[in-house]
Design a protein. Structure first.
Length: 419
């Protein structure tokens, strides 16, 4: 327990009400942890946070801090009121890359926790918005010691700054029956290839990979990733009519109409007189709603692959952007297919590094220079299935239409002959 606790009347109010409070967890470290160093650090943290609430001002400032051989992965935090709260005058955060799909063993977690209690404050977040494990609260001296220890048994720092950021993938086929791709293998292929770009910032701004195994997009890849990979299928979805009829029998026709049939965004579903599901596959847009409601009866088709979207991001210079489809469908049959997607990522990052402005995300660059120029620069052919959003204007320019249409049909014929 800390010797002299800072009074925290305003923070105490955050513990009132029905919901759990982060203040309770920090107080537990201050009052109950056996290590006096952690007691004192968290006591200082609470004191400074109370001071911030009183003055309505933040007192953390950045700086420069790294471990040997790395240019990123650490978020330095130095206190501007360190003289008043010396126990937490340095409170740096280390970003550590999680395993693909966030699959941990309890041994892994205990080992990480033991190392962090030895060198840090004991505060950990699983996971930050980029996807890293966030080890919050270390000083200049212990940052290197903590990294050396966890690196010895297999962990590495994530990205911070203008670099390739930590990649993320969903739990995938290991736990989810809707998976349409080997998410974790692709995750590792991208991470292993771009490790140098993660640790040594040299890009206009951040670049994120996120991989979701089906159109549910549990990783929010389309909204948040510069390079989003979404598992999908291009044949008919699989329907177990017996299971679907049993669902109709259990829930009733009215429930099925209200919660499945009428909620299909393209009205591609109908309910048969016998309780069977009638699907118009030509209008299915893979919203996944029907599969989420009746997972026993409806599953993705067998011809599986991925869709690749480029340029998603949250607000910065021009507001939020959704990813734009640049590869409507791509199969993953062998190692060559994984190499193709890695090579494509290399081309895109190199083009963005050469043409992006400082502090400009890849999607913002595409908005500035135009999608056609971007596709030409990275060597991807124009395809009518490249969709960023539904067209709002009924008029369309026809410049070069005939030539592009002819080239597209020729590519389709070549692909069919090659197959």
């Amino acid at each position: 327990m800390a010797d002299n606790k800072y009074p925290t009347p305003m923070l105490d109010e955050l513990e009132n009400g029905p919901w759990p409070s982060f203040i309770t967890g920090i107080k537990r470290l201050r009052d109950e942890h056996p290590d006096k160093r952690i007691n004192d650090m968290t006591n200082g943290l609470l004191g400074q946070l109370e001071h911030s609430y009183e003055t309505r001002k933040g007192y953390w400032k950045g700086g420069t801090l790294s471990v040997f051989g790395y240019g990123g992965g650490i978020i330095p935090r130095f206190s501007e009121v360190g003289s008043a709260f010396p126990e937490s005058k340095q409170f740096h955060t280390l970003r550590v890359q999680p395993p693909a799909g966030n699959h941990y063993t309890t041994d892994m977690l205990r080992q990480l926790a033991d190392s962090w209690e030895k060198h840090g404050s004991g505060l950990v977040t699983f996971h930050g918005q980029t996807g890293n494990i966030m080890f919050i609260g270390s000083n200049d001296e212990n940052v290197q010691h903590f990294f050396d220890e966890i690196n010895e048994y297999g962990w590495d720092l994530g990205g911070a700054g203008p670099c390739v950021r930590t990649a993320m993938s969903c739990m995938g086929a290991a736990r989810c029956e809707m998976s349409c791709a080997n998410e974790h293998k692709l995750h590792r292929a991208l991470v292993n290839n771009f490790t140098d770009d993660v640790h040594r910032p040299a890009l206009p701004y951040k670049f994120k990979f996120k991989i979701s195994g089906c159109p549910n997009d549990c990783q929010n890849a389309i909204e948040r990733a510069d390079f989003a990979v979404i598992g999908t299928w291009r044949d008919h979805k699989k329907i177990d009519q017996d299971e679907f009829k049993a669902f109709v029998e259990e829930k009733g026709r009215e429930y099925v109409m209200d919660n499945i049939i009428t909620r299909c965004p393209t009205k591609s579903l109908a309910l048969g007189e016998d309780g069977s599901l009638i699907a118009d596959e030509t209008n299915c847009v893979r919203s996944m709603h029907c599969m989420n409601v009746v997972p026993k009866a409806i599953h993705p088709g067998d011809d599986k692959g991925v869709t690749i979207l480029i340029g998603g991001k949250r607000s910065l210079k021009i507001g939020d952007l959704m990813g734009t489809v640049v590869v409507p469908f791509m199969k993953f049959n062998d190692e060559e297919d994984y190499e193709k997607i890695v090579e494509m990522a290399e081309e895109i990052i190199d083009f963005w590094a050469d043409n992006g402005l400082e502090h400009e995300r890849c999607g913002e660059m595409i908005e500035r220079i135009g999608l056609v120029n971007f596709l030409e620069g990275v060597g991807i052919n124009v395809d009518p299935n490249m969709v960023s959003e539904p067209r709002q204007c009924s008029y369309v320019r026809m410049d070069g239409w005939d030539e592009e249409a002819k080239a597209w049909y020729e590519r389709k014929v070549e692909a069919a002959n090659a197959a």
